[in-house]
Design a protein around this ligand. Sequence first.
Ligand code: ADP
Ligand code: CIR
Length: 343
Amino acid sequence: MQYPNFTKEHKSLMAKYLTKEVFEELKDLKTANGFTLSKAIKSGIDNPDSGIGVYAGDKESYDTFGALFDSIIQEYHGFSKEDKHKSNLNPDELDAPNPDPKDEFIVSTRIRVGRNLADFPLGPAISKEQRDEVEKIVSSTLGLLKGSLAGKYYPLLGMSEADRLSLVEDHFLFKAGDRFLESAGLNRDWPSGRGIYHNNEKTFLVWINEEDELRIISMQKGGDIKEVFQRLVLAISELEKKMKFAFSDHLGYITSCPTNLGTAMRASVHIALPKLAKDMEKFKSITDKHHLQIRGVHGEHSQSEDGIYDISNKRRLGVTEVQCVQDMYDGVVELIKTEKEVI
Ligand code: ADP
Ligand code: CIR
């Protein structure tokens, strides 16, 4: 493998930190699952507009290719090689009374975590047989859930195109054909092994074998952020009794994209801020202060519609789950206050 031909358009953290020296050190290394540097960086090379540009094939990738991953993790999360991740999933420690009880601004709230099974490679290095096995293990385990978490698994294989599109449009299901995931090898054998589990109300959902083997999701209309967190915590604790997830004391929950390490949590609201949207500088100064990210309403790399934005925590590693949600909550309170003040 030759040193990549980076252009001016390659702006990812991978392009920034893959110096010739780092490349020479890592170019011939391979993990036990056969994952290599060239597989790890392919997405960032194929997609010059990547922000991160790198994926891991297994937990071992974070050690083997540490000379690259550590710098990216340090810059994105402000988390050093010596730091240890901390967890706190106690909803009693979250201070989050509904910031919008009249439903004037917040359309919906969603909190998700990524998880991967400890005994399998991550999606970029998994084989079709292993992926199908993960689907079987996870969907049958979900089938054991009771009460408010009880639901049904809908595999993508055999789902009508109309049903799939309506689940995507209504924000319940992942999109197909994401070019970043495509280059990372995460769309191989599509749609086999992929699917969605949900309860009847679609307030508790699990995506199987998208970017991570599980995305555990709690969501509902309105701004009762604490209720959404409580449901998620219940689901995580029930699933942890039945499955062993990939985890390290240093990096927390192991995910295929380094931005998701640690809590693997993204807590978001869809919120209407049409006035603030006309002053992006002010908007961004508030989101930056609270460590938040702005996305469009159809997920990452989408545009906003009708002044409605997806606002979520940016920090996930080295902060607890409660802090991730608190970051989002505190920022949303300030955004609503400012939106009301703008004439
Ligand atoms: P992820 O949350 O896994 O990082 P995306 O940014 O791609 O992934 O979002 C996945 C889906 O979740 C998209 O359809 C998006 O519109 C939806 N979504 C995210 N936040 C909310 C929210 N607060 N309310 C409703 N849907 C949401
Ligand atoms: C990029 O580098 O822009 C894409 N690979 C996405 C990175 C962040 N995505 C994420 O949180 N999963």
